[in-house]
Structures are given as C-alpha cells and as structure tokens.
Design a protein around this ligand. Sequence first.
Ligand code: AMP
Length: 170
Amino acid sequence: MPDLSTSIRTIPDFPKTGIQFKDITTLLKDPVAFKLCLDEMAKRISGKVDIIIGTESRGFIFGAPLADRLGAGFVPVRKPGKLPAETISEEYALEYGADQLEIHTDAIEKGRRVVIVDDLLATGGTMVATTKLVERLGGQIVLILFLIELEFLQGRERLSDYTVEALIKF
Ligand code: AMP
C-alpha cells in the first residue's frame, strides 16, 4: 500500500495544549493522494453494502465519495440541532471535550448492511456513539473504517465487537 502518512501533517498544541492534531487538509488538496486514499478505503470494503455512514464533519469527506463508488446510500451522523427531521441522539466524550451525535430515525432500515467511515480514531468515543445510533435503528455494522488510527490511545479496544480498519497508524 502507498505511504499516505507523508501527506498528513501534525500541528502541535491544536486546538489545545498537548494535542498533536493530525491535519488531513494536506492530503485532501493533493488529487493523487486523495484518490489513493479513497481507492485504499474502497479495497477494504467487501460484500454488499447498503449504507455508508459518515460522522460530522470529516467523515463526510470520505463517506460520500465512497458511497458513490460502491453504489451505496450515504447517511450523515451530525452534531446536535443540525438534522431537520425526527432524530435519536447519543452522548460521547472526545479527546478534547464532550458532545452529542444525532441521526434521523428513518435513516437506516432494519437489517441494512452498514459501513461507518471517519477520518481518525483517537479515544473511540465518537465511534462508540455512532455504533450505538446505527444499532438502535437496526443497522448491521459490517466494517468501521478510518483514515488514521492513534494507536497509543487504544480506541480500538472499545470497538472490539467490530471489524476495524485504519489506513495509517501513528
Ligand atoms: P475520539 O472520539 O476520541 O476517537 O475522537 C475522534 C474524533 O475527534 C475524530 O472525528 C477526529 O476528527 C477528532 N480528533 C481527535 N483527536 C484528533 C487529533 N489528534 N487530530 C485530529 N483530529 C482528532
């Protein structure tokens, strides 16, 4: 697999002191690297997929083009107050702060095969909340896919019930 890690830069102390922020904008602006990234993500998805879930906001960047490539639908999981129709919500803790995520109650039909995509796995709190939302609606999670995994935070341990893939590990 091509080394995509060289397309990502680390910004120290953003947005808070002590956080080593992985900035993916350098990868996204490079058409070759961005395409390679989507190619590698698509390769990891096998079998029938009905829905790709992207978590606000960087999960959208990868989720929507992947859904298009795979002939699947795209469903956004969003921050509170953004989705206009009836929603369910889950609280979660971040590496820096706490928040809630929401999904439309009619976004996933029971038994649909779902792949969840996000840019980065840190503590896993965001993804655990997303899995709860999907499962409350009856979706079957076949894969959780990240561009980046921060292995030292051991977020993967909180997702041990699922198949988890990450293209780049730091
Ligand atoms: P977590 O819930 O702790 O796994 O945090 C994951 C979410 O927070 C991802 O959606 C990332 O966009 C963002 N995030 C957390 N830590 C970082 C980091 N060091 N660099 C960039 N984004 C981060």
